[in-house]
Design a protein around this ligand. Sequence first.
Ligand code: F6R
Length: 609
Amino acid sequence: MCGIVGGISKNNNIVPVLISGLEKLEYRGYDSAGIAVINDNKITRVRSVGRVSEIKKKVLNKKLKSKIGIGHTRWATHGGVAEKNAHPHISNNEITVVHNGIIENHTHLCQLLKKDGYKFKSETDTEVIAHLIHSYYKKSNDLKNSVLKATKKLMGAYAIAVADKKTSEIIVARDGCPLIIGIGKQEHFIASDISALLSVTNKIIFMEDGDVASINEDKYTIYNSEKKVVKRKVHISSIKQDQAELGPYKHFMQKEIHEQPVAVADTIESIIDEASISPKLIGGKNFDATKYDSILILAAGTSFYAGLTAKYWFEQISNIPVSVEIASEYRYRNVYTPKKQLVITISQSGETLDTLEALKQSKKNKNLKSLAICNVQESAIVRQSDYVLYTRAGMEIGVASTKAFTTQLVCLFMVALLFAKQKKLLTKSKEKDYLSDLRKLAGHIQSALNLEPQIKEWAKLFGKKTNALFLGRGLHYPIALEGALKLKEISYIHAEAYPAGELKHGPLALVDKNLPVVVIAPNDKLLEKVKSNMQEVKARGGELFVIADGDSKFDAEKGIRVIRMDRHVGILSPIVHTIPIQLLAYHVALFKKTDVDKPRNLAKSVTVE
Ligand code: F6R
């Protein structure tokens, strides 16, 4: 949700770094973008509504060059999508600011600043930051101290980068939104995430909440909120530049769907050793599942559906009660908290504000400990948690989550196994069987990917529809929910999901020849029940699209189309059945020519309420 990039170099033009950084960060926000550079005591700003390609054209036309600059790609919160609201914002031609986050007390600050004579040109909360910093700067001429003073007055969440027209430094600050510093040779950079900097450095520092830092060509200095100089660890990122590039694919979502065999295998191998699952592998700490009498899972969107699936696993394998809550609901509810409850948060980005705040609330509610399942190192949710288990999905850039979901499922299954093992509910031989099944998953996922040509054919039929229904039972009900979410978010077709048994309690009224009904029908113990539900649809003229297993004994017939997976893979089946519903959404979106990777109104990493 908004991306920031910036840099300062002794010898090199920084403008290409800003543009390529914005291209990489575009997935964080894509309604407008802008850059500001400093030359000869003057700030030059270029902004544009639309994609980064628009700003790139403008910048190339102007032949802009500078050794210091900041850039921003926006997802509108305060103020509509308009050039005047695009960042960077400028105060009195002296201070320029880019910002990610939301300033909650901006109305109050705005009133004070107006009384002080500041004129506002945009509808954003960010312009308040620019003027506030300027109000201190005009008295002291000291950019760093002005930023330190201004940040004390800000309420809400922010990552900011600030430059003034005459100094050769950039000041950055964060509280609640991510910001990293990149270290180069006689140059330093800042960005919302590493993807923006991979072309220039892999040496990075994660700033912490409350930190303010100054960077110039030769050095960086980080201050904590008490203005004390602090040291932060330098990380060498293992992310390769090609992870942030499309390669032979047309879209990141397509690439990420096809990366799932590797992502799932990497995740599994990072957690288990040769023949067993060990508690040490959860964040390197000794984790003791016997301490807990219940689990609360908190997450949003697709990650929430991973949690719903895990509830079935935990209750079946590890005999522990699990509740799964949408993070934004949990935050504001009066809850009963069992004494020995473990909270598991699930988040691809580790930045989702609802999940982060729900985690904080769960601590106030006196839950015993927390475990984060996350794809992003050192993210806010990870830092707030007692234990962490990383999904090894690699960077996920497509707004619609795909490989993050399947790797979350893998991690959750392994945590369920760990619970069973530590509670002595898992025999050695059963553990071995599960681990061997896990290691076969990548192959099953690859076979499911091979069904793409058949799914493409289905997509042509869906492309003409306005509504769709997804049905599943038991472990596969959350996969039906995920299928409906994927379809609506990237193809804009209205889709709903129901447990198939609920059909007759209401949604059956929707069924007619115009309603495609996708049924997740693995060959499990509920298959016969699902078949009856299918008959209820067929009898009302509904068109059925069934995702079955190779060994399910039923055939396509009039009104029933069937795609067959490999043989049934038992308790891990939801992971494999996810692949066709992802491919379906992708191909319907292609058919409808929507913007697959950047669906309208959405953004990756939802850092606002
Ligand atoms: C849907 C999707 C979202 C995210 C949700 C939570 O495809 O990507 O529903 O799952 O915004 O995001 P994370 O997992 O980053 O907390």
